[in-house]
Design a protein around this ligand. Structure first.
Ligand code: AMP
Length: 293
């Protein structure tokens, strides 16, 4: 496994790879969720490139950039074991050199949900992902369902800017109590961690209601909220039942796939999670087809 830090080294190493290439962009502090993306890329392509970059442009001024977990030695070990061919670990000045002033702004699907809670977040995400696509020239790029709006934004950008690649969406990997694996879970105290599974329980309760025939989006949102309110330590920020293709909030009954998503605050930690309904769609092939269209 080759590890490179500069654009010149990356371009040279990329040119050595033969066959098709799968790209897995990450911010490091790797867990099994990240590795499931690597495994999917490995299955589909001759070579896999992973990137580790804590992207300052996608953090707000009051967010956790400086305390974001960094575990580079461990990350390189697990990537090598997972069969990654090339890892790009640039520093911020490699990605944003002096004078940098060109940004990718996806204007509509970024307005609500995470985009509303985190102004500028998706501009940072779209810009760095566009740069990584240009730098690594992948045939497929692998993203997690957990960051559902990110998938929709990247798909939109890839279409709008004519990036010739497939966007693949891998289902969310979870801890035994249902909590979605996340690098940010290490921020939770033991007491907070013990109740954090409620986010998945709420989404799943609404998923079961959907399975029993409920199609009223407001009743699905209410079911999630009722479950979340059962835990005093958990502060719901939003609960959304939106069209899985457009991310428009649903107010009338729709038979199309729906993205049920929520954000909560537990202490100073913000957690997000989602399910696509019907629940049978939460697999790689269907998510890649349905999310963002
Ligand atoms: P991050 O390092 O948090 O930027 O995540 C890198 C990629 O891994 C993103 O595409 C995430 O959506 C994906 N990812 C994060 N957590 C999970 C998880 N629990 N299951 C599957 N994919 C995940």
């Amino acid at each position: 496994m080759k590890v490179v830090e500069t654009v010149a080294e990356l371009r040279a190493a990329r040119a050595q790879l033969s066959g098709t290439v799968g790209l897995v962009p990450t911010m490091g502090a790797l867990h099994d969720g990240h590795l499931s993306l690597v495994r999917a890329a490995r299955e589909d392509h001759s070579a896999v490139i992973a990137t580790i970059f804590v992207n300052p442009a996608q953090f707000g001024p009051r967010e956790d950039l400086s305390k974001y977990p960094r575990t580079l030695a461990h990350d390189l070990q697990v990537l090598e074991k997972a069969g990654v061919d090339l890892v790009f670990t640039p520093s911020p000045d490699v990605i944003y050199p002096r004078g940098f002033q060109t940004w990718v702004d996806v204007t509509e699907v970024t307005q609500r949900l995470e985009g509303e809670a985190r102004p500028g977040h998706f501009r940072g995400v779209a810009t760095v992902v566009a740069k990584l696509f240009n730098l690594t020239q992948p045939d497929g790029a692998y993203f997690g369902q957990k960051d559902a709006q990110q998938v929709v934004v990247i798909k939109r950008m890839a279409r709008d800017l004519n990036f010739p690649l497939d966007i693949v969406v891998c289902p969310t990997l979870r801890e035994p109590d249902g909590l979605a694996m996340s690098s940010r879970n290490v921020y939770l105290t033991a007491e907070q961690r013990a109740v954090a599974g409620v986010l998945y329980r709420g989404l799943n309760a609404a998923g079961q209601l959907y399975a029993s025939g409920e199609r009223n989006p407001e009743r699905l949102r209410q079911q999630v909220l009722r479950t979340l309110r059962g835990e005093a330590l958990v502060g719901p920020e939003y609960v959304s039942a939106a069209d899985a293709v457009t991310l428009e909030e649903l107010h009338t009954i729709s038979l199309d796939p729906l993205l049920l998503s929520a954000a909560v605050q537990i202490g100073s930690t913000r957690l997000i999670d989602n399910l696509v309904l019907p629940l049978e769609l939460n697999n790689r092939a269907d998510l890649s087809r349905v999310m963002g269209g």
